[in-house]
Design a protein around this ligand. Structure first.
Ligand SMILES: Nc1ncnc2c1ncn2[C@@H]1O[C@H](COP(=O)(O)OP(=O)(O)OP(=O)(O)O)[C@@H](O)[C@H]1O
Ligand SMILES: [Mg+2]
Length: 299
């Protein structure tokens, strides 16, 4: 294990010499001309609320796993990463805080659609299906059980809400928001990424039940941005424990969500602090997802 000094837990960055562009729920973003510095902190959000307790190593897992996938799937679509180590120049003073958790990326115009792909039926997809027999307007066979594999992966976009929860929308609604050519490109690219990633993960004993991609435009080029197939953006299930007809154990923050349900939190901010055992188990799950998928330990 690396020394705690090298891998400090970071809930929020503070780099006075840099221009802060904003803080997302998990990432702090700085502006450097036509580039962005995206720093994954150890914050965890659940039910769209950032909890007060950080998860050690979470930011590094998100960044290192994203880098793994960006590179592995680079032939499908170009990604936004310029550099993710050896931060020099004006970043040099912050090098130790940035280590392992930051990426220097090309600044794009984000497309305001969350590109969700589902290979299995779970979460909001399962809820929609039970109510309507469809997800995002895509009709599905009758009689599916929770967590069943879908006949084929489906593209189920949602809006990128600036406040509140994202909302599932149909493909035609996506077309009316961003135009058909771009909507089709998003769909085809997302499905291609999902298929290739699922194949890799399956060989390593992991089911990618669903995942969410974000894309940006640089001129007319479509660029894969944000994070790539992490436990925050995806549902990862251990294949050996897969058993449809119920919710699945997972390598993501479902463990925290279950805890929050158990204590009866009303899901309104502020979120409750997490006890040490929940923090430790969650940290293990994030680290384990990295190790299983990449075949390497995080440190
Ligand atoms: N290359 C890029 N160009 C422009 N914006 C980017 C790029 N990469 C990531 N972003 C944006 O940076 C933010 C990442 O922060 P974070 O993931 O913490 O946000 P979030 O709370 O999930 O917010 P959101 O729901 O808006 O994505 C996102 O808004 C994402 O769209
Ligand atoms: Mg995000």
């Amino acid at each position: 294990m690396a020394s705690p000094q090298m891998n400090a837990v970071i809930s929020q960055t503070d780099f006075p010499g840099l221009k802060l562009r904003g803080r997302g729920k998990v990432r702090d973003i700085y502006e450097l001309g036509d580039r962005l510095l995206v720093v994954a902190t150890d914050r965890l959000s659940a039910f769209d609320v950032v909890l007060p307790t950080p998860i050690p190593d979470k930011g590094r897992v998100l960044t290192q796993l994203s880098l793994f996938w960006f590179e592995k799937l680079a032939s499908v679509v170009p990604h936004h990463v310029i550099q993710a180590s050896n931060f020099g120049g004006q970043l040099a003073p912050y090098a130790s805080a940035l280590a392992g958790r930051a990426m220097l990326v090309r600044r794009t115009d984000p497309v305001p659609i969350e590109c969700v792909v589902r290979g299995y039926i779970s979460g909001s997809g399962w809820k929609d299906y039970q109510r309507t027999g469809a997800i995002c307007g895509i009709p599905l066979p009758k009689g599916l059980r929770e967590s069943d594999r879908l006949p084929e992966p489906i593209f189920t976009p949602s809006t990128k809400a600036t406040t509140g929860h994202d909302e599932n929308i149909s493909f035609e609604e996506t077309v009316s928001r961003i135009g058909r050519p771009l909507a089709e490109r998003l769909r085809d690219t997302s499905l291609a990424l999902y298929r290739q990633a699922s194949e890799h993960a399956a060989a390593r004993g992991i089911i990618i039940a669903d995942t969410k991609f974000e894309f940006g435009l640089l001129g007319s080029d479509l660029i894969w941005i944000d994070e790539a197939l992490t436990p925050d953006s995806s549902r990862f299930w251990p294949a050996d424990l897969y058993s449809p007809g119920q919710a699945q154990p997972s390598f993501d923050k479902q463990y925290v969500r279950d805890y929050l349900e158990r204590i009866g939190w009303d899901k309104r901010p502020p979120g409750p602090a997490l006890p040490a055992d929940v923090v430790a188990a969650t940290r293990d799950k994030y680290r384990d997802s990295y190790q299983r998928i990449t075949g390497q330990a995080l440190d």
